[in-house]
Design a protein around this ligand. Structure first.
Ligand SMILES: [Zn+2]
Length: 255
């Protein structure tokens, strides 16, 4: 029996191992991609149904313009990209759900001074999405919360709970009162992929450095907003970004 379990587990591991684009890390994701896309779409609809969209033309155009360029650089044919600006000045946050559903809150738009700075944020969020970080976290949450119930079954039997877990895993629910920071490893990875995507999209990756430094100075010693508590900014993280710039610049010059 134990042997059978081992064989099944080994098979499961084999089919669920994936390689993260650009960083080539092997990660364990127990959620098949089509299901992940479905969950992303459900989460997106749930959030939009509870949010007010911004009517600020300038910001809507900006998020669409920058978002499309990052999306093209991400080159992810199974994604159907959408870009929204959600009206909530108190929320300094942005997300990209699986399937390419991107939203930026007005609270964050106020801190962004140009396209390249917005590309830093969107590139980073798209980095989390194409690295499937949410699905990776969701895999662990499912195991912990639902005792390893298969996701398909969980969605059928406990749809509300599964959706709530997805929002936490994707860092997309701002009203839940639960903030689950991405792991440091995932943050570094999203920074890394984000820099490459912004460079491929034609934005100078050096701007990422000045933008994160600006945010670091602005919120140093203060209660951090959602975006920075789920994306902790430290000197160490900024130093890592600095080291990654030469690699990103090769993509910038290759265009
Ligand atoms: Zn992040």
């Amino acid at each position: 029996m134990r042997r059978l379990t081992l064989v099944i587990s080994a098979f499961f591991l084999m089919v669920s191992c994936q390689t993260v684009p650009y960083t080539h890390r092997k990660s364990l994701v127990l959620i098949p991609q089509p299901l992940e896309l479905e969950l992303g779409l459900n989460t997106y609809r749930e959030i939009l149904s509870k949010s007010r969209l911004s009517h600020n033309r300038k910001w809507i155009t900006m998020v669409n313009r920058v978002g499309r360029r990052i999306a093209r650089a991400a080159n992810h044919p199974s994604y159907r990209w959408e870009f929204k600006v959600i009206k909530n000045d108190k929320v300094i946050n942005a997300f990209c759900l699986p399937g390419g559903k991107i939203a930026v809150y007005t609270g964050l738009m106020k801190l962004v001074s140009n396209d390249a700075e917005l590309a830093t944020v969107i590139g980073h969020e798209v980095g989390h999405a194409i690295a499937r970080h949410g699905a990776e976290r969701m895999s662990y949450l499912l195991l912990a919360e639902l005792g390893g119930m298969a996701l398909q079954e969980a969605l059928k039997k406990k749809p509300r709970k599964t959706l709530k877990l997805a929002m936490i895993a994707y860092g997309a629910g701002v009203t839940l009162g639960v903030i689950l920071p991405y792991s440091r490893l995932q943050e570094y990875e999203a920074d890394h992929i984000g820099l490459i995507l912004m460079a491929k999209a034609g934005y100078d990756p050096h701007v990422a450095l000045t933008f994160w430094e600006k945010m670091y100075r602005k919120f140093r010693g203060k209660e951090p907003p959602e975006f920075l508590s789920t994306h902790p900014l430290t000197r160490h993280r900024i130093e890592r970004i600095k080291k990654l710039i030469p690699e990103a610049m090769r993509y910038y010059h290759k265009r």
